[in-house]
Design a protein. Structure first.
Length: 214
């Protein structure tokens, strides 16, 4: 993801890649202080250091790392009181629209529902963070607890997410397919450009497209 983000930034005339600290190296405080925004796709373990360093310089943070425990999610909330923090389990703009579309399923809440996701065989978390977010939003829309998302791992699939709404007479399917990792990089850079103009708070990728919920 780091290479993908760097390539997207290089192609964007409004952005410049200023500092890319490597895992395990000592951070350059002077370089860190000059940044307008952090984009972090590191690991749950690295989150605290990223947020701490960004907070010291009042720098916004876009975070696309998944696999967070309650402890890491609480860190996001804590630091969002000091700086703008945007976290999303999926930085795709298409997935942001998909999550919004799930609200329409409230009209058929009596249907049966099932989420299915497919990812490459190297993905550690299952179900994926995206599937968990879709599940949370779907359950909120239809007002009931649903079966856990089905997680399939294999090959080099970047990401496929399907939502099935089923009755005895018909089946409705919402599907999103990521064709490459660039989709996540482009979403995160667009989110970063948007976040630098925001006040401290905890934001989502949907806010970039639809505005912050009141």
């Amino acid at each position: 993801m780091g290479k993908e983000i760097a390539a997207v930034i290089e192609a964007n005339p409004r952005c410049e890649l200023s500092y890319t600290p490597l895992r395990g190296e000592k951070w350059d405080s002077k370089k860190a202080a000059t940044l307008d925004v952090w984009i972090d796709f590191s690991s749950p373990e690295a989150l605290k250091d990223v947020l701490k360093k960004a907070s010291e310089n009042k720098t916004p943070v876009v975070c696309g790392t998944t696999g967070f425990s309650k402890k890491e999610k609480d860190l996001l909330k804590k630091y969002s009181g000091k700086i703008p923090v945007l976290w999303s389990s999926n930085m795709s703009l298409g997935v942001a629209v998909l999550n919004e579309a799930l609200k329409s399923l409230a009209a058929i809440s009596h249907f049966d529902f099932q989420i299915e996701e497919i990812h490459h065989n190297r993905k550690k978390d299952r179900p994926s963070g995206t599937a968990i977010t879709l599940q949370e939003n779907l359950e909120k829309a239809v007002g009931k607890k649903l079966p856990e998302a089905l997680a399939i791992r294999g090959g080099g699939v970047f990401g496929v997410h399907k939502i099935f709404a089923m009755s005895d007479e018909e089946v409705l399917t919402f599907e999103h397919t990521a064709l490459n990792r660039t989709v996540f990089a482009k979403g995160s850079v667009q989110a970063a450009e948007w976040l630098v103009k925001q006040k401290p708070g905890l934001y989502q990728i949907r806010d970039v497209l639809f505005g912050k919920k009141k």
